[in-house]
Design a protein around this ligand. Structure first.
Ligand code: FES
Length: 249
């Protein structure tokens, strides 16, 4: 589907936010869109991008400048057209009785969790947002506007608490009393640490995996992840998995 870009702006560091017309209706937090960055044959493949918001006929995604494809995307202007498919994948689905939720967002893992916080304003949410430095911390203010308590961690101490997200997680009262449900998205190294800690603490939760994808709908087998059940496709069986499901390399 060809859609018109409404806004494409740099958030800070190498992170960008892009909004475009979205007549295809709503989606659920955790689902993603497949964005084709150019009409040219190279780069050919679409990029999976988590949905950060859908409102009033517009969708917002965020992306990090990491290569030629995202560099092309970053130069798009308001009024340009891009080709977007979706939404794809499953979604975060915390049980109704899990009232105290701790969000763990690392770097560009923020977008689906922002959408999640908007959808789950009936829960008590603490957002732990982490990155290597302050340039990686995006939209902490948006989580606060959605009613979440916000804790920021940076590995170099340039913003918030000096350390990593798991340090902050272990100090939360709801975590220590066994009342927290953990919802995470970010780099795999962070997800692995959060997953192992969640299980070790006897808690439950979900995480959304970031993985390169070629098709986005189960046809290419390019997004396989090993789980305790079997090999699964991140694009159709995920991107959201239960804590303890993924077998980390
Ligand atoms: Fe093609 Fe998942 S991206 S099967």
């Amino acid at each position: 589907m060809k859609v018109k870009i409404l806004e494409n702006r740099q958030l800070g560091g190498s992170c960008f936010s892009m909004s475009f017309e979205w007549p295809a209706g709503d989606a659920k937090p955790g689902q993603f869109l497949m964005v084709r960055v150019s009409e040219e044959l190279n780069p050919l493949l679409r990029r999976p991008m988590s949905i950060a918001d859908i409102t009033d006929g517009a969708a917002t995604v965020m992306y990090k400048l990491v290569g030629r494809g995202t560099a092309i995307l970053s130069r798009k202007k308001t009024g340009d057209w891009i080709d977007v498919l979706g939404p794809f994948g499953n979604h975060f689905d915390p049980p109704e009785d899990k009232k105290n939720i701790v969000i763990i967002a690392g770097g560009i893992g923020v977008p689906p969790l922002l959408f999640f916080a908007k959808h789950k304003r009936d829960r008590n949410i603490v957002s732990v947002i982490g990155g290597a430095s302050k340039d990686d911390i995006i939209h902490a203010d948006r989580f606060a506007e959605l009613g979440a308590a916000v804790i920021i961690t940076t590995e170099d101490g340039s913003m918030g608490r000096h350390g990593v997200v798991t340090d902050a997680l272990m100090e939360l009262e709801d975590v220590n009393t066994g009342n927290a449900y953990i919802v995470a998205c970010g780099p795999n190294s962070m997800l692995r640490a959060v997953d192992l800690l969640t299980i070790e603490l006897g808690l439950e939760g979900e995480l959304a995996i970031e993985k390169g994808m070629a098709c986005g709908f189960g046809a290419c087998l390019g997004c396989i992840v090993e789980t305790v059940h079997k090999k699964q496709k991140v694009c159709v069986d995920g991107p959201v998995f239960r804590m303890g499901e993924v077998k980390w390399e």
